[in-house]
Design a protein around this ligand. Structure first.
Ligand SMILES: C[S@@+](CC[C@H](N)C(=O)[O-])C[C@H]1O[C@@H](n2cnc3c(N)ncnc32)[C@H](O)[C@@H]1O
Length: 283
């Protein structure tokens, strides 16, 4: 299956597993099961990296309370991991175990569960996702504080959405670049440029970050590729062959994908050029 809305990264048509039927539902369960089945792990790998980036940003910009914009926030997975002490396995189990605290479908229970995990007030999260039902779930259970559901690939955010984005400190993303391109990131950066936010995005191989990199450079940001992390297992041999062919076509190093059976993502971090960031996240 070819995922709708996901353009091929280069000249090669990519056959990529289609998760889209799980993206826009009232409840996250189908999304969680579909992603657990392919060992989708990138939010878990991203958590300590994002937390280290938040710390570095706090130290350099001398700020305590941060406004984070999560592009492709879905049901608030990154928010749940960043705002609580849970890891992704905890979250998968909470939603899918027979006696899991989130297997039911009562908003008040989900809200109470996350409240009881100490959501904290040192970060405020704005979730961006045109999958309105997913984003509304994230807001209704308190994982994100505001949502932006305009598809910014096609249209500008509304006035209220622009105000929600303003003042952002860091823009983060996992599993979304490809669906969201320089059009979405450009509109977000336009709305937030006054606060010069950093951008930290995990980009699944072999999708290109060039367009977003160029857009951010036009705002004076410098982008570095910091590290590579596991995203998920290949769904089928056909998908593996197709993605490996696309990686070859793009000139991407595919050693990890050829040997482990997993697809990886690269983390790109964009900051102001004079901000003292090394080439590695100190983890
Ligand atoms: C694989 S999911 C990743 C969700 C979450 N970040 C995670 O890692 O668990 C991809 C998400 O991108 C969202 N998406 C699709 N098109 C988008 C767009 N134009 N702008 C922002 N998000 C988009 C989908 O609705 C979906 O929630």
């Amino acid at each position: 299956m070819v995922t709708p809305n996901l353009p091929p990264p280069g000249g090669v048509q990519v056959v990529k597993h289609d998760f889209s039927g799980s993206y826009n539902r009232d409840w996250p369960h189908r999304y969680i099961k579909a992603h657990l089945a392919l060992d989708y792990i990138i939010p878990d790998r991203a958590k300590p990296v994002f937390l280290a980036i938040l710390d570095r940003y706090r130290a350099i910009r001398e700020r305590d309370r941060l406004k984070i914009v999560d592009v492709g926030c879905s049901y608030g997975i990154n928010a749940a991991l960043l705002r609580t002490d849970m890891n992704l396995d905890d979250l998968y189990a909470a939603y899918t175990a027979i006696d899991g605290p989130l297997t039911g479908r009562l908003s008040a229970d989900h809200r109470a569960f996350f409240e009881s995990r100490n959501l904290g007030s040192d970060i405020r999260i704005v979730g961006v996702d045109p999958s309105q039902r997913a984003a509304r779930y994230a807001r209704s259970v308190g994982l994100v504080d505001a949502i932006v559901t305009t598809d910014m690939e096609a249209s500008d955010p509304t006035g209220a959405e622009t105000r929600a984005l303003e003042g952002a400190d860091i823009i983060i993303s996992t599993g979304c670049v490809g669906y969201a391109t320089e059009h979405t990131f450009g509109r977000i950066y336009q709305a937030t440029a006054a606060s010069r936010p950093w951008v930290a995005a995990f980009v699944m191989h072999p999708y290109s970050y060039d367009g977003i990199n160029d857009m951010l450079a036009s705002h004076g940001l410098r982008t570095r590729k910091m590290l590579v992390a596991r995203q998920r297992r290949f769904s089928t041999d056909t998908e593996q062959r197709s993605l490996l062919a696309a990686m070859l076509d793009q000139g991407c190093d595919s050693r990890l994908e050829r040997t482990t059976g997993y697809i990886y993502a690269s983390l790109y971090l964009s900051t102001l050029p004079n901000e003292p960031i090394g080439n590695h996240i100190g983890l």
